[in-house]
Design a protein around this ligand. Structure first.
Ligand SMILES: Cc1cc2nc3c(=O)[nH]c(=O)nc-3n(C[C@H](O)[C@H](O)[C@H](O)COP(=O)(O)O)c2cc1C
Length: 399
């Protein structure tokens, strides 16, 4: 009965988003819409009545979807990817929208205006975005202060995580300030370390973002020597929080292998696969005149992300926790990433194209897919495609 009603609720909201909200939003400059949504979301999070109403409209839960990973309880696997809530404005409302976790940032050592506008474009045909924000954010000090004072306002359904500092796990994504002054290896490391130190006691996990394609000096920490130096400094800082490394979909396999070799020497516990793609030679990009700058998110990224998840999972034999990110629009997209090796997922673009009820739609769909395949919990499905391929290969061996 609960699922039947939620299904109807989601269908109504999806219809309203498609026919009323989206046609209006898509007539307006995307960054302006983003800013308006941040203001509205902050208002919704500011009082118990609007939070309750939001929960009624969007929330969904199912025990099959909850997992404890690296000591952190995730009520469901769908997280908000870094870049939507850059300055941690929405931590009170996003749990009511139904997210299982949130990643704020990316946050840098210094406040950063980002690149000049326009810096966000829609790819309507391809169902993607071109992103050229350039790590706009208020800087580590201001954001840390904000998160420290964001009190947990627990709903009855969240009482079991009463120990948690936030309603749902909050990840803090750390990057290097986008400016000339941080462009050498050492000044870059100093900037990461400054931001990192602000958050050792705030939030539930860290992400080290080495894959933003839109900053001065490129992505210097995909170089294994530089990465080794950065992670050596990060290792020295005491914190209980697990660390993820966010990588680019544009890396070649030998570059990924070298990054994995470096990571094995340090305290990294997982990978986020992936950030946006800079590569314009992508058959899934249907538009002809793309902005020269910026990385692409959404549908054109989906297969690249799936391939990277699969590669990292098999290469590391499932040793690392993988957060799958890129082009998730449906429960089927999400389930594929899980079966390829992702334990958790993140999205932004799917929510922009389909509406905020997509979180509930995906979670509800995932619960059904798990049941259909006979899994009692989502963790049982992680990496299952590879196990089945191995079994099929074994069956081929003739003695
Ligand atoms: C508007 C926007 C801003 C983003 N900013 C960041 C960022 O600051 N840091 C980061 O690690 N990734 C950033 N990303 C990348 C996303 O976190 C994510 O990796 C990517 O969008 C793929 O997911 P999606 O296809 O579901 O959007 C941004 C993406 C978008 C759309």
């Amino acid at each position: 009965m609960k699922d039947f009603l939620i299904n109807i609720r989601n269908k109504i909201i999806s219809f309203l988003y498609k026919t009323l909200a989206k046609p209006v939003f898509f007539q307006i400059d995307p960054e302006t819409v983003h800013n308006l949504i941040l203001i509205f979301g902050k208002f919704l999070g500011s009082n118990p009545i609007t939070r309750f109403l939001t929960k009624l409209l969007f929330y969904y839960s199912d025990k099959k979807l909850s997992q404890t990973i690296l000591g952190i309880h995730f009520p469901n696997p769908i997280g908000l990817a870094a870049g939507f809530d850059k300055d941690a404005e929405l931590t009170k409302i996003l749990p009511e929208v139904g997210f299982g976790f949130i990643e704020v940032g990316s946050i840098t050592g210094l406040p950063c205006e980002g690149n000049p506008r326009p810096r966000l474009w829609r790819l309507k045909k391809s169902k993607g975005l071109v992103v050229y924000y350039g790590l706009k954010n208020e800087g580590c000090e201001k954001i840390a202060k904000k998160l420290k004072t964001a009190k947990a306002l627990l709903w009855p359904s969240h009482q079991s995580f009463a120990q948690a500092k936030h309603l749902i796990p909050v990840g803090t994504s750390i990057a290097k300030t986008n400016c000339k002054e941080t462009s050498t290896c050492q000044t870059g490391i100093d900037d990461y370390v400054k931001a990192y130190k602000e958050f050792t006691e705030i939030g539930e996990y860290f992400t080290i973002n080495i894959s933003c394609p839109n900053t001065f000096g490129g992505e210097p920490f995909t170089n294994p020597e530089h990465l080794d130096k950065l992670l050596t400094e990060i290792d020295k800082i005491k914190t209980q929080k697990p660390i993820f490394l966010k990588i680019s979909p544009d890396l070649f396999n030998d570059q990924i292998n070298k990054i994995i070799e470096v990571v094995e020497k340090h305290k990294i516990k997982g990978f986020i696969c992936t950030n946006i793609t800079k590569n314009r030679n992508n058959a899934k990009i249907l538009e002809k005149n793309l902005p020269k700058e910026g990385g692409v998110s959404g549908r054109p990224l989906k297969d690249l992300s799936d391939k990277l998840i699969s590669y990292v999972y098999t290469k590391t034999k499932g040793k690392y926790v993988i957060i799958g990110c890129g082009g998730i629009f449906t429960a089927e997209d999400a389930y594929k990433k899980i079966r390829l090796g992702a334990s958790l997922l993140q999205l932004i673009t799917g929510m922009i194209f389909k509406g905020p009820q997509v979180i509930s739609e995906i979670n509800q769909g995932l619960a059904k897919l798990l049941k259909k395949d006979g899994f009692k919990n989502i963790s049982e499905a992680v990496g299952k495609n590879h196990v089945e391929v191995e079994r099929l290969n074994r069956d081929k061996i003739v003695f």
